[in-house]
Ligand binder design. Structure first.
Ligand code: GLU
Length: 501
């Protein structure tokens, strides 16, 4: 670690909700700041968009906040190095691009798209290489330049890449990376509309924001030689380069992408946006734990650890150079672990919006009653809606009477059993689940049937669900009156069935 104070930034382009890969980049950057008493900066890189997109930026910030990745400088907070939105810093980029031109380290290129395309084609045909095809305006005389300026007016500013030698970039994750300068292009720094390219904006901002470490994905490695050269041309001390691996699809092939989202074995789409995970009922602390595990290792085999533990252990040297697949089943598992760590009240609070969202009128007391009985089974908060549906539906629709007949019994026998169960439950001193269980087990014995032959029809009668929490606990939370009413509906349905036979 250099002795510069740690100042690191997450620099997303505002395209909307945060991509899972962006979240991981943000997280590792935040961990670096927080574990080294550093500063975490949010910088919005909107120079491709021409205009600051408030809605997209807002969505990004909402996702970051949800994950707990708070920034010390950036939009809505400000700071001494602002503005933190690139489209509000255009003067600065123009000034420094022109400075490079004055120094002879960059030049104005007036070439049209057609001219460039032709030059590229010729270079490809004659030399088989395209590096340098775009240099046609690098060596113009002053007169030629003045003429083009007058005739065309419009130009871009290109970096004058040294034609010989090598550029060495020291990457903290993968060590030395060497670029052959002759194979590099004269990259555009400033576009004809006065907007910078990423290369220029990044170098200028990272310098003036005193960024100590550039943490970004390995997709930027091919440009790292140019960036190192740019710093040299400006005479600025370059930041440390930390190129992180990208997150691959669960099958290990290709980057996770919004356009071509991966699917689970059952065909359902695996979300690539943080927002979608949030909507599906993943917990932020589980997401953070899970994302930390991709491309960074805790150092032993542990997979479950909270942020504080990660902060105590965090070092760049544990970032892996190789891309990791997105192990979605592990995410489900970790989410389940975090759900189980919640207290009943905490989990009830978390579940409430997911139940209300599907239109259920939730009784808070009943919810707290059922939570301990579904907590073990939940992989996401969203699943609770299906598990607990029987508690909230306004108009209970009984299951078809055929479903009330257990294996090896007929309709008449089932009817008799349900009638007996009805009477038993009606007459219990209290409706606690242990009392119910004892009484109903005794009843099954008395009738010479297996417990399941009594309990299954009761589950169907009282919940009409394929999956439901344990029977007695469900009936206890549902309450005696409603339980009996539903059993009565089942009895009536079976009576009709028996009469028809
Ligand atoms: N705006 C760039 C991106 O979204 C940032 C890369 C960087 O962190 O330098 O990929």
């Amino acid at each position: 670690m250099s002795d510069r104070p740690v100042r690191v930034r997450f620099a997303p382009s505002p395209t909307g909700y945060l991509h899972i890969g962006g979240a991981r980049t943000a997280l590792l950057t935040w961990l670096l700041a927080r574990s080294h008493d550093g500063t975490f900066i949010l910088r919005i890189e909107d120079t491709d968009q021409k205009r600051y997109n408030e809605d997209a930026t807002h969505k990004l910030m909402e996702d970051l906040r949800w994950l707990g990745l708070d920034w010390d400088e950036g939009p809505e907070i400000g700071g001494d190095y602002g503005p933190y939105i690139q489209s509000q810093r255009l003067d600065l980029y123009q000034k420094w691009a022109n400075w490079l031109v004055e120094q002879g380290k960059a030049y104005r290129c007036y070439a049209t798209q057609e001219e460039l395309a032709r030059a590229r084609e010729i270079a490809q045909k004659t030399t088989g290489k395209v590096a340098g095809y775009e240099r046609m305006h690098r060596y113009l005389s002053d007169e030629e330049r003045a003429k083009l300026q007058e005739e065309r007016g419009s130009y871009v500013i290109r970096f004058a890449m040294p034609l010989e030698g090598k550029t060495e970039v020291y990457d903290r994750v993968r060590g030395k990376i060497v670029f052959n300068n002759a194979e590099q292009n004269d990259a555009v720094l400033l576009k004809s509309d006065g907007f910078p390219t990423y290369h220029l904006a990044m170098a200028v901002d990272d310098h003036f924001m005193e960024i100590s470490h550039v943490t970004r994905t390995e997709e930027w490695i091919p440009s790292a030689g140019l960036h190192q050269q740019l710093y040299q041309a400006f005479g600025w001390e370059p930041p440390e380069w930390v190129h992180m691996p990208v997150i691959l699809n669960p099958n290990g092939k290709g980057k996770m992408s919004k356009r071509n989202p991966p699917v689970r074995e059952d065909g359902t789409v695996i979300p690539v946006l943080v927002h979608d995970y949030r909507e599906a009922g993943y917990l932020p602390d589980a997401m953070v734990n899970f994302l930390t595990n991709i491309g960074w290792s805790f150092g032993d085999d542990r997979e479950v650890f909270d942020v504080q533990e990660t902060l105590n252990e965090f070092t760049i040297s544990r970032i892996s150079p190789s891309s990791g697949a997105f192990p979605v089943s592990k995410l489900d598992w970790i989410n389940g672990v975090y759900i189980r760590q919640k207290s009943t009240d905490e989990l009830a609070d978390l579940l409430l919006p997911f139940l209300e969202r599907v239109g259920y009128q939730v009784d808070r007391e009943k919810l707290a009653g059922i939570v301990p009985h579904i907590q073990e089974r939940l992989k996401t908060l969203q699943e609770a809606a299906e598990w607990t549906r029987f508690l909230w539906i306004e108009e209970f629709a009984p299951a078809p009477p055929e479903d009330l007949i257990p294996k090896k019994l007929d309709a008449a026998q089932s009817l008799e059993l349900l009638r007996a169960a009805y009477a038993t439950l009606r007459d219990l001193d209290n409706f606690g689940w242990e009392t119910q269980e004892a009484a109903l087990r005794a009843l099954a014995k008395e009738h010479g049937v297996k417990a399941g032959q009594l309990f299954n029809p009761l589950r169907v009668a009282t919940t009409a669900q394929q999956v439901a929490p344990p029977l007695f606990q469900s009936m206890e939370v549902l309450g005696r009156e409603e339980t009996l009413r539903r059993i009565q509906l089942a009895i009536a349905a079976l009576e009709r069935l028996v009469e028809d036979e």
